[in-house]
Design a protein around this ligand. Structure first.
Ligand SMILES: Cc1cc2nc3c(=O)[nH]c(=O)nc-3n(C[C@H](O)[C@H](O)[C@H](O)COP(=O)(O)O)c2cc1C
Length: 181
């Protein structure tokens, strides 16, 4: 049976959106999956209710989830009250300017949020191929996907390794949804 995967994201300047788009590309490489990209400015609660997996991501702002993404988290409290997302798969990603930039705090924030909703967390079990911009999982993140963007236009950053890691992550979540749900 086919599965629905929704990628909910916030992005002010397009870099995190590009990561979300490449996650979607990876999801779409797997048969029997419908994938939807959803910006936090246009939340479709019914689509989220129908999803088998929700992948959530935002830029790291001041070591935390961006305010716009946090607004989405807070707005989901009505769903939480009824545990409407219980049993769905969840996964997280973030993008920031520094190599660390305290991104882990954001993945932990999204993880905890998913746990409050009773969701099933899918991590990022991809061994790093190195630490260069064309390497996969170059920041060695296992809780979720980390990407890093320079202060440059979205056409040149984040680098190819992060985009390929995003595709791997999307495919991994899609395959997990077919195997587990
Ligand atoms: C208000 C603000 C706070 C930020 N805080 C951090 C931070 O804590 N760590 C970091 O590495 N980068 C930080 N950055 C840089 C952004 O994470 C980076 O520019 C990111 O690529 C923005 O993604 P976007 O283009 O999707 O909006 C911050 C940027 C802004 C505007």
């Amino acid at each position: 049976m086919s599965k629905n995967i929704v990628i909910v994201y916030h992005s002010s300047y397009g870099h995190t959106q590009k990561i979300a788009q490449h996650i979607a590309l990876g999801v779409s490489q797997i048969a029997d999956i419908e994938c939807y990209l959803m910006a936090v400015e246009a939340i479709d609660w019914q689509l989220l209710a129908d999803a088998d997996a929700i992948i959530m991501g935002c830029p790291t702002y001041m070591g935390s989830a961006s305010a716009a993404f946090k607004s989405f988290m807070d707005a989901s409290s009505k769903v939480w009250l009824e545990q409407g997302w219980q049993g769905k798969l969840a996964a997280g990603f973030t993008n920031s300017g520094s190599l660390s930039g305290d991104k882990l705090a954001v993945l932990q924030q999204i993880h905890l949020f998913a746990m409050q909703h009773g969701m099933l967390w899918v991590g990022m079990p991809l061994m790093p191929t190195g630490t260069q911009p064309d390497d996969l999982n170059r920041m060695g993140s296992y809780m979720g996907l980390m990407a890093q963007s320079d202060s440059a236009p979205v056409e040149v950053t984040p680098p190819i390794g992060d985009l390929k890691s995003a595709e791997w992550f999307g495919a991994h979540i899609a395959k997990t949804s077919l195997r587990c749900l």
